[in-house]
Design a binder for this molecule. Structure first.
Ligand code: 5RP
Length: 269
């Protein structure tokens, strides 16, 4: 691996734990003003001190994130359809030049295994990797899961392995309670988990805990953080699980403690 590629990847992984807490805030690229992200600047800014990396589109980055924020940027570079259309009909929307201009440490693209445009989205991943390799830019492949697909180890194992075989340097996928360790084993590059739909805070902490225990390299979590009743408390509790080996009980206690103090961005209000 090139020095630049290694250096970019190293910037998002905690030196001590070897893991990462990425904050996913790209949802508007197909969902529009998502609950919890209606005002992106206000929602994201207090969470930046606790994010190892921000997964974001260029539009929100340029308009809502201060360039002086000391947070590595993974740029979503795929899109096309809205939530009203055929979701698998994605293409590459943002150039490598743009990713370099925005000082991104990586680029992310969705693939839709088993969906209508499976082959095109997988080819897009291949083309993106070809270009990214020229610049030492890591590629995160996101295994989007259609409504009809079972989120089980067989499907997730298939999708993550394909992403890695095509050349992704990291893969984001969903957690499955059964055999997630087999999904990790079958994928030769680091896996981070998306959180999926909002669930109770303790359940989301349990999911992060179990995923990391079974080999995930961290999380790239969105709704279970920014839709929490206290996003700053939730991301700190997630960090405690991912980086400091907190048990679920300990992390939930931390969440409640911070929530009761109404801690926002380290400041007690
Ligand atoms: C959407 C994405 C999101 O970044 C991903 O789903 C993570 O967010 P969440 O934790 O809300 O699922 O890639 O395609």
């Amino acid at each position: 691996m090139d020095w630049g590629m290694k250096n970019r990847l190293a910037s998002i992984f905690n030196q001590k734990s070897g893991k990462t807490v990425m904050l996913a805030v790209d949802h508007g690229y197909f969902q529009g003003p998502t609950t919890g992200l209606k005002k992106p600047r206000e929602a994201i800014t207090p969470l930046l001190p606790y994010s190892d990396c921000l997964f974001v589109t260029r539009g929100v980055l340029r308009n809502c994130i201060t360039p002086t924020a000391n947070v590595p940027i993974f740029l979503r570079v795929s899109g096309g359809p809205s939530v009203l259309g055929e979701l698998s009909n994605e293409d590459i929307t943002t150039s490598m030049k743009e990713a370099l201009r925005l000082n991104a440490v990586g680029v992310g693209i969705s693939i839709f295994v088993g969906e209508k445009n499976e082959d095109r989205t997988i080819s897009n991943l291949g083309r993106l990797v070809n270009e990214a390799e020229e610049y030492g830019m890591p590629v995160l492949a996101i295994t989007a899961v259609g409504k009809e697909m079972a989120r089980d180890a067989r499907y997730l194992g298939l999708a993550t392995r394909i992403a890695a075989e095509i050349g992704a340097h990291m893969v984001k996928t969903y957690y499955c309670a059964e055999d997630f360790d087999k999904v990790v084993e079958g994928c030769p590059v680091p896996i981070v988990i998306a959180g999926g739909k909002k669930i109770p805070e303790r359940d989301a902490l349990q999911m992060a805990h179990d995923a990391v225990s079974k080999g995930a390299a961290g999380v790239d979590m969105g709704r279970n953080i920014f839709q929490s009743e206290n996003p700053a408390a939730m991301i700190q509790a997630i960090r405690a699980v991912v980086h400091e080996n907190y048990s679920v009980d300990e992390a939930f206690e931390l969440f409640n403690e911070l929530n009761n103090k109404k801690v926002v961005s380290g400041v007690v209000e």
